[in-house]
Ligand binder design. Sequence first.
Ligand SMILES: *[C@@H]1O[C@H](CO)[C@@H](O)[C@H](O)[C@H]1NC(C)=O
Ligand SMILES: *[C@@H]1O[C@H](CO)[C@@H](O)[C@H](O)[C@H]1NC(C)=O
Length: 320
Amino acid sequence: MMGSMELLGLFLAASGALAASSRYPRWAPGPQELLSLSPETPYGSLWPLPQSLRVSPTRFRLAPDQFQIVHGPGSSAGPNCSLLQDAFRRYYEYMFGYSKWQNQDEKKSLCETELSLLQVIITSKDSECDKFPSITSDESYHLQVSKPTSVLKADKVWGILRGLETFSQLLYEDDCGTYFVNESIISDFPRFAYRGILLDTSRHFLPLKVILTNLDAMAFNKFNVLHWHIVDDPSFPYESTTFPELNAQGAYTPNHVYTPVDVHNVIEYARLRGIRVIPEFDTPGHTQSWRKGKMCIILKGELKILYAYNGNKKREKEDW
Ligand SMILES: *[C@@H]1O[C@H](CO)[C@@H](O)[C@H](O)[C@H]1NC(C)=O
Ligand SMILES: *[C@@H]1O[C@H](CO)[C@@H](O)[C@H](O)[C@H]1NC(C)=O
């Protein structure tokens, strides 16, 4: 139990750092350092630890202006897979975005690149590019870091997402700002099919941006389920098109709601990171916020359960 509490703290810390600065260098105060597993954790260490990992002391230089992530030969996915295009852009930015703020000309002369290409290959016929992740999604991948071309292979896009995260964690910089990655062979698959966190947006309304930042932090830790505890007793922030009274009366204020577009954006942002969203409309208990807008939505049978739950016979009778 204690372990999972600490992990939650880690998420908040990671999101805080992200929110504080869009230039947050991924390799600096990474999850390894925050967990303080070992004071000598070397750069390029991985979290979570892959199933099989061989890292050699041979390191390759990378130059941000020459390095590319591309679709490899024989892949069943191509530039028409927007999930992967988005992931390629995102991970390039995580790895090298920070270097935009440093003197690139100086670096170029110092650094002749050795690793210039990461080829991404989907080996099964259906990449699942346009699908949603599920409990049975295949997240396994194989990553070979070699020069001049590294290869990341997976049966489905979900494995590629986890492999890109791993590749980005392998990267580190020396004191002169040169990027390196060690020669490695990694085979990986998750130990648990369900790796989730719960966000309660009823007790505390969370702005959309905070939910999205949490999804980023989850992807960095290879988590795959957002359990969205969206409504509860204190407030009803879900904007219902069928029963608009629910959020009109039940939300803290008219501004503290998630519109259908917001909900769509959360689900798509999560999908692009291999995360599925499980919404929870908590009933029959925990429905005080529902009753503000729509008393009759609570059926007679459920009222009895409410009785039992609240243990306040008198008030329930008056309300009804
Ligand atoms: C990566 O290579 C460097 C340079 O040879 C070495 O010092 C370091 O220990 C290697 N990292 C790992 C995780 O093996
Ligand atoms: C997308 O690209 C892949 C490989 O380039 C191809 O096999 C597939 O048919 C394309 N899909 C669509 C919907 O165009």
